[in-house]
Design a protein around this ligand. Structure first.
Ligand SMILES: O=P(O)(O)OP(=O)(O)OP(=O)(O)OC[C@H]1O[C@@H](n2cnc3c(O)ncnc32)[C@H](O)[C@@H]1O
Ligand SMILES: [Mg+2]
Length: 203
């Protein structure tokens, strides 16, 4: 495995995967490297459904092994919102800042101890023959009262990571990749990778 295709158009995810795979000497390609791949509609109601949908659609199109990432923020005081709707919480076409503002507005008056949340990441690997496998990773934290930090993407500026005593957006890419939901899911996937591609099982 010298090259891996990640079925995403999210630049933040791509940068993290590039760093995680670089340690293994693997080049990462994403859908940003192709001109003509349409968006896959995320019609599922779970991270797993959407990750499988993205991975299988792109594996079929490219006839290669593909990994897809479906992820999001789960806020306990909001009954799990924004969840699978994290990318479009403030509406289709809205940006990260609008999504962050919506979460902060809904959490107004909620004390810190009750602002528990977690990032969830499901990775699906799809083979061109239609076989799929999924793994998950979770990172626990709290929602801050205002955005802090410039790094990362999405909800990182409002996600406080207790073990680092900073928000996700105050961490370097290396620090985020030590503890993130995405890094944990990928670690899990790499630990079963050889088994997935054993002789006679690699198509
Ligand atoms: O579907 P692709 O093309 O991969 O890109 P996307 O941005 O639409 O990705 P998702 O459908 O998985 O939506 C996940 C959203 O959850 C948020 N999110 C996921 N991982 C995150 C992280 O590490 N830090 C901050 N926010 C994250 C962010 O708002 C993402 O847009
Ligand atoms: Mg998406």
């Amino acid at each position: 495995m010298k090259r891996m295709i990640i079925a995403t158009k999210n630049k933040g995810k791509v940068a993290e995967f590039q760093q995680l795979f670089a340690k293994k000497g693997i080049d990462v390609r994403s859908l940003l490297d192709y001109d003509d791949i349409p968006d896959v509609e995320e019609t599922g109601t779970t991270f797993t459904d959407n990750a499988i949908l993205k991975a299988t659609t792109i594996a079929n199109m490219l006839h290669e092994v593909v990994i897809a990432d479906d992820s999001g923020l789960i806020v306990d005081a909001l009954n799990g919102e924004p969840g699978v709707y994290s990318a479009r919480y403030a509406g289709e076409g809205k940006d990260d800042q609008a999504n962050i503002e919506k979460v902060l507005t809904k959490l107004q008056g909620v004390p810190f101890e009750q602002r528990t949340a977690r990032f969830h990441c499901t990775l699906a690997v799809a083979k061109p023959n239609g076989e799929t496998t999924t793994v998950d990773g979770v990172c626990e934290g709290y929602i801050t009262e205002e955005p802090i930090g410039e790094n990362g993407f999405g909800y990182d500026p409002i996600f406080y990571v207790p073990e680092k005593q900073r928000t996700m957006a105050q961490l370097t890419k290396e620090e985020k990749n030590e503890i993130s939901h995405r890094a944990k899911a990928l670690q899990h996937l790499l630990s079963i990778w050889d088994k997935l591609f054993e002789k006679g099982n690699e198509s």
